[in-house]
Design a protein around this ligand. Structure first.
Ligand code: NAD
Length: 512
């Protein structure tokens, strides 16, 4: 792999042509069969082209699958602790390159540097965790019902795994998928998000530099229907791990079922933070700003609804809005900036459309609502942090995933009412409660219908060793993170060893 990761930005007028990135198949850099490329733009300044990437099609996916299939025969036999050593070494390399990769990520997707450093750190954390799994991958032994017979269950790799990833966590999400897959002995083909292919390359670069054999991970870049769908349809692919929108997830789940693939779907959210009268309001305001406007609201776990008890409702809104007005929007490479741009024009238009919907539905726009496109903002997809208050829980802005810096605040009478509002959406990813009352906290942990509940913290902040995923339209029952990921990327084999030297029939022979 090439080591000069970045081309020079073209905005100073002195740059050469942007670097062309090729697909990574069987350890080689190869052009796509279509002969076409697409541009990866900086959303804070679209004159800055991060690189040209291959616009791949079915033939490229087929070649990548073939390479992964071949590599699987050797990789599955490499002892798991040896596989883990490569992952551990990759973690060390990522640590060394953390700043470089974080800057590249901010440039390709816009979120502020402290967050892209967190994204790379998440891949590092995941690598250390999964390296440890190489010496665990535990399975149970259990007594047999027959004498002189040994029973156990061992984990086996699934085989060839396909990954399809979104753009909002460009290195963390690929790491959640690739690392548990390879430590379990699988080989992979990843189709990264078209807006953020560079960070997938950087992650795989670290693994290759750490000694990953050819063909174990293959990258195909391009768009969903052309490069993603053939991976889901391919009969040799035994598992698909997808993170993205619920609409695309539904298609992928339906297609994957045709060939009985393992299929893990991590999808949208409409996460609510509840603030009760007894909450530490300073803390709740701080958390609510971070949850709603971190990553420009483009997190599946973003705090997109805030449900506030009547006693502190007005005070919360006034103070929250004052703080939201002061957030500095701009290029994420500037350390003083709080919030970067939307990922692309389509997302910005969708955000603005939801703001119009909110106004037409009668919600009170307290701050924001406008595109920023003058002066320093003119070449990017910037939007003001936007706060709606007095939102009815049935309004579309309170029900649909916006995926932008738009938050809907609504009142509630008590905890029970708040939980009912929080649960009354199609999604079930993250949830949060601010209170000092431990009884209320534990009732909420029991009753919030979501895969994640935070107490006295906003809806964002997952750690790699805990289960990650959601209920209802957010997921299909799998979890990423920690051992859940190993569950998905391995299959159980039950093993019986009979050392009695005679035929023993289970259920039929019943020894005294
Ligand atoms: P998206 O669904 O548009 O795209 C995700 C990936 O799927 C991309 O790589 C895309 O190219 C690919 N794709 C699109 N159509 C396809 C098709 N027909 N066949 C195969 N692949 C196809 O989502 P996005 O805009 O990249 O990301 C935003 C969405 O992701 C939001 O809904 C967000 O909530 C969700 N998300 C969920 C989680 C989670 O863990 N639950 C995490 C991050 C993001």
């Amino acid at each position: 792999m090439a080591t000069d990761t970045y081309t020079k930005p073209i905005i100073d007028g002195t740059a050469t042509r942007p670097k062309v990135y090729k697909n990574f198949i069987d350890g080689e850099w190869v052009e796509s069969s279509t002969g076409q490329t697409f541009e990866n733009h900086n959303p804070a300044d679209t004159r800055d082209v991060v690189g040209l990437f291959q616009k791949s099609g079915k033939a490229d996916v087929d070649a990548a699958v073939q390479a992964a299939k071949q590599a699987y025969q050797k990789w599955r036999l490499v002892p798991a602790p040896r596989r883990a050593e490569i992952i551990y070494a990759a973690a060390e390399i990522l640590l060394e390159r953390k700043e470089e990769y974080s800057r590249g990520m901010t440039r390709e997707m816009g979120k502020v540097l402290k967050e892209t450093r967190g994204d790379v750190q998440e891949a590092i954390d995941c690598a250390y965790y999964m390296a440890g799994e190489g010496r665990r991958l535990f399975g149970p032994t259990t007594p047999s019902e027959l004498p002189n017979k040994f029973a156990m269950a061992v984990r086996q790799p699934v085989g060839l795994c396909g990954m399809i990833t979104p753009w909002n966590f460009p290195m963390a999400i690929p790491s959640w998928k690739l690392l548990p897959a390879i430590v379990s002995g699988n080989t992979c083909v990843i189709k990264s998000a078209q807006d953020t292919p560079l960070s997938t390359f950087n992650l795989v670069q670290a693994l290759v530099d750490a000694g990953l054999p050819k063909g174990v991970i293959n990258i195909v870049t391009g768009f969903g229907p052309e490069a993603g769908a053939p991976l889901v349809e391919h009969t040799d692919v035994r598992a698909i791990s997808f993170t993205g929108s619920s609409a695309v997830g539904r298609t992928i789940g339906t297609t994957a079922a045709q060939t009985f693939k393992h299929c893990s779907l991590e999808m949208g959210g409409k996460n609510a933070m509840i603030v009760l009268d007894d909450a530490n309001l300073d803390l709740a305001i701080e958390g609510g700003l971070w949850g709603a406007f971190g990553t420009t609201g483009q997190r599946c776990t973003a705090t997109s609804r805030i449900i506030v008890q009547e006693g502190v409702y007005r005070e919360f809104i006034n103070r929250y809005v004052e703080r939201a007005k002061k957030l500095k929007v701009g290029n994420g490479l500037d350390e003083s900036v709080d919030m970067g741009p939307a990922i692309n024009e389509l997302q910005l238009k969708s955000d603005l459309n939801y703001i119009e919907i909110g106004k037409n539905e009668g919600a009170k726009l307290k701050t924001g609502g406008n595109r920023l496109d003058k002066g320093e903002y003119q070449y990017g997809w910037f939007l003001e942090p936007t706060v709606f208050a007095d939102v009815d829980p049935k309004m579309r802005i309170a029900q649909e995933e916006i995926f932008g810096p738009v938050v809907a605040i609504m009142p509630c009478e008590n905890l029970e009412h708040a939980i009912q509002i929080s649960n009354d959406v199609q999604y079930g990813l993250s949830s949060s409660l601010y209170t000092k009352d431990v009884n209320k906290a534990f009732s909420a942990i029991r009753d919030l219908d979501a895969g994640i509940t935070y107490i006295n913290a906003p809806t964002i902040g997952a750690e790699v060793h805990l289960p990650f995923g959601g209920t209802k339209a957010t997921g299909n029952g799998h979890r990423e993170g920690g051992v859940g990921a190993i569950e998905f990327f391995s299959e159980w084999k039950a093993v019986y060893v009979d050392y009695s030297d005679r035929l023993q029939r289970a259920q039929i022979d019943r020894p005294e």
